[in-house]
Write a protein that binds this ligand. Sequence first.
Ligand code: GLC
Length: 416
Amino acid sequence: MKKIATLIGLTTLLAAASQSSAATITLACGTVGQELQLCKDGAARWAKKTGNDVKIFESPNLTNDRLGLYQQQLAAKSSDIDVYQLDIVWPGLLAQHFVDLKGKVDLSGHFPGIVEANQVDDKQIAAPWFTDAGLLYYRTDLLKKYGYSAPPKTWAELATMAAKVQAGEQKTNKTFAGYVFQGKNYEGLTCNALEWLVSFGGGTVVDKTGKVTVNNAQAAKALDTAASWVGKISPKGVTTYDEEAARGIFQSGNAMFMRNWPYAWANGQSDESKVKGKIGVAPLPSGGARNAATLGGWNLGVSMYSKNQAAAIDLVKYLTGPEEQKIRAIEGTYNPTIPALYKDKDILKANPFFGSLFDVFTSAAARPSSPTKGKYNQVSQAFSTAVSSVLTGKQKGQAAVAKLSTDLARIKGRGW
Ligand code: GLC
């Protein structure tokens, strides 16, 4: 939590007119890609419409840091933040601090799976705002230059192609990388590694019934495969990269392939990008079992400690509604949680892969946050730590999954 969160006030034209009844709502939003700008813009539109005022609380980039900060606020029953942007894996960790939105926000038009993922014991902790799934970004110009007609379908193909392109490009650009991903030890590594495991048929660490399944040969093989990339097709430093670090390298023209979330598309196609017009998006490769993308996404919840719950709920209703989701999809490639918007012509024009990769979004693999409930964060940290030890060469896959299995059994205790 090194980053000091700042508060930026957004005053409205109408506020003066209805000052007596106007509320000031503080909205905590993310700052990855165009998140902050779009969050401010959306909040300002609501403020203008309703005569209320919104202050923006800038959250740190890493989801782990955000969680720590929010847990402190909530444990102190602080009323400083009214509306929180919540990660799809948090409801089980934070449920008791949020207002039940059931019957208060109409969620009938949203993907039912995402609505459910935001429920704990029948309580609607948050309303879906945008969804995420891991994608493979590639350079269309380099694909052609090196004689390939399509992006890789398997991890083995990716490794071969990345090695060839990297060797060629490094003749003139020493820093060029074959493949960049999120290899730092944090929640993003949990997301990347879950994709490797599922794509090799190695399960989801803990299955839907709460059983620890990670100690298996396919999971071990998946981790060893990823470790074989480090220092070969991926720079050694990949073990310190988060989403924005990987994006920076790819967007400045220094990588052939990148694993990232959809938001990287809007940034990659912007005028500041060196690879504008040279980017393709495909499903992540298979390890033999299937193509796997981890399900991510962010949702809006109202704090129980908010002193302005009615206005806060109204802000959530507005921001998660179709009009705002459309703007965010077009400007920042934040995937709507409303299926009907995937047929919207303007959205498809800005993000053609929303149509062609629709299945990737609807069949994404969930992290085991539902079965492990309030212990998910410990489970995820144990998992990413084990994965990190394999990526950095401290352990082989098999030893890592065996030890992780013991650690998870201890965390589980008599139950999740
Ligand atoms: C993205 C996802 C989120 C995930 C995070 C990991 O923000 O939407 O669900 O936890 O990345 O870094």
